[in-house]
Write a protein that binds this ligand. Structure first.
Ligand SMILES: NC(=O)c1ccc[n+]([C@@H]2O[C@H](COP(=O)([O-])OP(=O)(O)OC[C@H]3O[C@@H](n4cnc5c(N)ncnc54)[C@H](O)[C@@H]3O)[C@@H](O)[C@H]2O)c1
Ligand SMILES: O=C(O)[C@H](O)COP(=O)(O)O
Length: 529
């Protein structure tokens, strides 16, 4: 087996390189490549994995060239530099390391708050310039002040904790923060307007979304206390930078500290040069500890996925642990094949896909199995699709996806039934995995069979009348097609029957025409798995 190949295109800790090598993955460490999008586009096609921080922009244009790419690993939290829909559409898993730099970033926010309170950078510059301006720098105390945390997730809650440690009163606005969690972490949950009105220091810790873009604009600033100090260590775009400059000029805001900017790298910005502004170049996550954490974690996660199929911290696919991956694997293979069987027999638009999980399989990660059914189902129609992209494509096509989970209703320990409703008909197919780990087809349209999925198969529905098998077999013999396995099923003597035949090699179209012409035959189809 050839080794998977990973490109590291940003300044990750070299610890990641070692992990990839130790896990048997070939790795190219090009820490400055993220800044050169043309070069990245030129070489991305050679890699199975891409490990990045925030400098690399994994745009749809770059991803177009990523023919082999299976996973993008973000050594950090924000994945706003990756076009997730484009990655998902190409079946690329996008994973991040959601906790590795939280403490470090929270500490940066607290550092900026203290620096604002005592004007440390300004006092440092003045002192080192030989000015000794003891009367110019009059700070404010932190103790007893109100800290307003906007976004109280991983980082926001650590900031809140540190704020409480500094004897501040901490209030938080976060629509997804439960009252119990607020109580546990010792913050008062408030509405945004209340926070704006009461806080002496406001610190932002939300992702940048359509709802949070410019959450701090001129109108929000107008509601703030005079003399408030503002810290943004989350994402550029949460704050209207010009509105902050205006409020600093009018002294409504006493000071602002920014680690992140609307345009990055920020080599010029309206905030720059204001005496009450402190800026750092997106250093929130930049400590040795955090960088080691995220680099190690992303390299392990990417290696797990490339080598075992285990998925953790993916933003576009459910997690699958290393323990679950081998158990899921045969069911994912079964699901792909059941979906593929249904897809190859489908001739009109799919309206609904119902997947019923019975027995042991019902206790597994069925989301992943459902994705595999959809990928198998859609591939005959769409070609380029996989378990990551299939659910999105199915949704885009307006298909209704229904999952039913229930205890075993038959002798099978586990049974998956895929029922596809099209504009013309409803078709059901069931399968299981035997102890040998091989997927088996056990029911087609309510007719029991027991067949493995061969590479090349012929599926026939016919009237159960004597003479069919002899004529069919001689047509195959005339065409020099060797039969590998032959499975028959019927509901009752004389009723509708099916035949599922595995053959060696491809099935020629003219053979299908001849089989179709047999008097007992209703439908014949060549299937490949
Ligand atoms: N400066 C840096 O270097 C740096 C480092 C790490 C993370 N970050 C950024 O910090 C931010 C927070 O990261 P995190 O790990 O704490 O994320 P998180 O997902 O754990 O927390 C985000 C919180 O924001 C809340 N939220 C979502 N929409 C909101 C809204 N409209 N109003 C108020 N709250 C809302 C969520 O409920 C959640 O609790 C992210 O933007 C991340 O990219 C920056
Ligand atoms: O989202 C993050 O993790 C931070 O913004 C850190 O970004 P960086 O890895 O580019 O420092």
């Amino acid at each position: 087996m050839t080794k998977p190949k990973v490109l590291i295109s940003d300044a990750l800790s070299p610890a990641a390189v070692q992990i990839f090598r130790d896990r048997g993955i070939e790795v190219d460490f090009q820490p400055n490549l993220g800044k050169d999008k043309d070069k990245l586009a030129e070489i991305i096609g050679n890699y199975d994995g891409l490990a990045i921080r925030s400098a690399t922009k994994a745009t749809a244009k770059i991803l177009e060239k990523a023919a082999k790419l299976k996973v993008i690993g973000r050594a950090g939290i924000g994945v706003d530099n990756v076009e997730i829909p484009a990655a998902t559409a190409k079946g690329i898993i996008v994973m991040n390391t959601p906790f590795g730099n939280s403490i470090t970033t929270a500490e940066h926010a607290i550092t900026l708050m203290l620096a604002l309170a005592r004007e440390i950078p300004q006092a440092d510059a003045s002192t080192q310039a030989g000015k000794w301006e003891k009367n110019r720098f009059m700070g404010v105390e932190i103790t007893g002040k109100v800290l307003g945390v906007v976004g109280c997730g991983n980082i926001g809650s650590i900031v809140a904790d540190r704020g409480l440690g500094l004897r501040m009163k901490v209030i938080a606005f976060d629509p997804f923060l439960s009252p119990e969690r607020a109580k546990d972490i010792g913050v008062e949950k408030v509405e945004l307007d209340d926070l704006l009105k009461r806080a002496d220091f406001i610190t932002l810790h939300t992702p940048l979304t359509d709802k949070t873009r410019n959450i701090i604009d001129a109108a929000a600033i107008a509601k703030m206390k005079k003399g408030v100090r503002l810290i943004n260590c989350a994402r550029g775009g949460l704050v209207d930078e010009q509105a902050v400059v205006d409020a600093l000029n009018s002294k409504h805001i006493a000071g602002a500290a920014f680690d992140v900017f609307v345009e990055e790298p920020a080599t010029s910005n309206v905030l720059f040069g204001h005496p009450n502004v402190i800026c750092t170049p997106h250093l929130g996550a930049s400590t040795t500890e955090a960088q080691e954490n995220v680099a190690l974690q992303v390299a392990e996660q990417m290696s797990d996925y490339l080598l075992t199929g285990a998925i953790s911290n993916a933003v576009n696919f459910p997690s699958i642990t290393a323990e679950e991956a081998p158990k899921l694997k045969p069911f994912i293979a079964l699901a792909e094949k059941l979906g593929s069987f249904a897809g190859q027999l489908t001739e009109s638009g799919i309206l609904k896909v119902q997947i019923t999980y019975e027995g042991h399989v019902a206790e597994m990660k069925i989301k992943a199995i459902t994705s595999a059914v959809l990928s198998g189902l859609l591939r005959p129609m769409l070609g380029e699709i996989n378990v990551v992209s299939a659910p999105v494509v199915a949704k885009e096509r307006g298909m209704e996806i229904d999952e039913i989970v229930r205890a075993a209703q038959s002798d099978y320990e586990s049974l998956i039934t895929v029922t596809v409703t099209t504009e013309r008909q409803e078709r059901s197919v069931s399968g299981t995995v035997y102890a040998d780990g091989k997927p088996r087809l056990v029911d087609i349209k309510g007719i029991r069979v027991d067949a493995e999925f061969g590479k090349s198969m012929i599926y026939v529905t016919n009237e159960d009348k004597p003479g069919f098998i002899g004529k069919f077999a001689s047509l195959l013999g005339d065409a020099k097609i060797n039969i590998a396995t032959f499975h028959l099923g019927r509901v009752a003597p004389g009723s509708d029957a099916i035949a599922l035949i595995e053959v060696d090699g491809a099935v020629p179209a003219d053979l299908l025409t001849k089989v179709q012409a047999l008097p007992q035959v209703k439908q014949v189809k060549a299937l490949t798995f």
